[in-house]
Write a protein that binds this ligand. Structure first.
Ligand SMILES: *[C@@H]1O[C@H](CO)[C@@H](O)[C@H](O)[C@H]1NC(C)=O
Ligand SMILES: *[C@@H]1O[C@H](CO)[C@@H](O)[C@H](O)[C@H]1NC(C)=O
Ligand SMILES: *[C@@H]1O[C@H](CO)[C@@H](O)[C@H](O)[C@H]1NC(C)=O
Ligand SMILES: *[C@@H]1O[C@H](CO)[C@@H](O)[C@H](O)[C@H]1NC(C)=O
Length: 309
């Protein structure tokens, strides 16, 4: 009986526990991690803060997977006029979510004040064949953010993430060379390589959106010098300049930038910036060579070049 009672109590408490989006719009605009708040602070947010409501996103970070989408969203969230969705919604790329409709999508968004814009990120959108048309159907004038990095590095990073996920789930893992090479030739059907064909995916987006509506963030630059990239994003989204140099500090131990905002300091999850495995140099050269032509096509599509090898 006592067990049953405490279980019911647990359920009740769980139902009323503040989901992360309530915390998002805490006055002051900062987004402290749930652990930063003591229980007393969380309790009043059983109801959404007065004057807030949920809106479909004004801007979406569409990708690319392993490009730095989390870092970009967290850094953009420093801005007091940005309300960032806590999780990847996968609305436009997963049929079972899309079938739930736009009202369901809006419900997934954080509460925001009237002066805030809502931003969602799902890296799977960029490589989804159906996402561009679906986003266009929701809002044809939406502004899209795309963060990219060297596509060869991205392949290795993609592999590394899957490698560690499989390790954690006690599944068998393969050396990266076994994924990249099949029957002595580059395995161009390997998903990690497919996702790095930026020209192929971009062409699909440009069928539905003009280039001016897609702002590309240089993910390699963002990691080494975040402020200028964030300032470009502020301008693209017509946000007043609020993000400043003191919002970032370099963590020597981690080897990358952390965020300081309203007295809170936070760094990205440990899995970000994980070291990559060494890759057989012959295979690596094959991969670079294959991606080089795709990169050139991509530069032509967007009228801009990057220092990708
Ligand atoms: C806050 O709540 C957690 C569980 O939800 C509990 O373990 C912790 O002791 C509480 N802290 C305070 C200060 O009440
Ligand atoms: C569509 O997106 C634009 C750009 O963010 C925004 O100004 C506009 O209000 C949005 N329209 C709707 C219906 O949400
Ligand atoms: C820097 O990173 C290390 C290692 O992840 C972490 O333990 C430490 O708390 C961080 N320091 C600051 C000031 O963010
Ligand atoms: C790299 O792979 C190639 C085959 O693709 C092999 O011939 C070569 O010996 C490997 N190099 C090293 C250093 O393992």
């Amino acid at each position: 009986m006592a067990n049953l009672l405490s279980y019911v109590l647990f359920l009740v408490l769980r139902t009323y526990a503040a989901p992360p989006e309530y915390i998002q719009v805490w006055p002051g605009g900062s987004t402290p991690a749930p652990g930063d708040l003591d229980n007393e602070t969380v309790t009043p947010s059983l109801v959404p803060p007065p004057g807030t409501s949920k809106h479909k996103p004004h801007s979406i970070i569409i990708g690319v997977r392993k490009g730095g989408t989390r870092a970009l969203l967290e850094m953009l969230d420093i801005h007091p006029e940005v309300a960032a969705a806590a999780t990847e919604v996968h609305f436009f790329d997963w049929d079972e979510n899309y079938a739930k409709g736009f009202e369901w999508y809006r419900e997934q968004m954080p509460y925001s004040y009237p002066n805030q814009i809502t931003v969602e990120k799902t890296p799977g959108y960029f490589t989804s064949p159906v996402a561009p048309a679906r986003i266009h159907a929701m809002n044809s004038s939406i502004r899209l953010l795309l963060i990219l990095r060297d596509p060869t590095e991205r392949v290795i990073s993609d592999y590394t993430q899957v490698f560690f996920n499989r390790l954690e789930n006690h599944k068998p893992v393969q050396a990266i060379e076994n994924m990249l090479v099949k029957n002595g030739a580059l395995n161009t059907r390997y998903k990690a390589i497919q996702r790095s064909l930026y020209d192929v995916h971009m062409r699909n987006w440009l069928q539905h959106f003009p280039l001016e509506q897609i702002h590309i963030v240089d993910g390699d630059t963002l990691i080494h010098d975040p402020l200028p990239e964030l300032q470009r994003v502020e301008r693209f989204l017509d946000l007043p300049p609020r993000i400043v140099a003191s919002n970032f500090y370099f963590n020597q131990t981690k080897g990358f930038y952390c965020i300081r905002n309203d007295g809170h300091e936070r760094c990205l999850h440990e899995s970000k910036g994980r070291p990559h495995p060494p890759v057989n140099s012959t295979v690596l050269r094959q991969l670079r060579l294959y991606l080089r032509q795709h990169n050139r096509n991509f530069y032509r599509l967007i009228g801009r070049t990057f220092n990708w090898q």
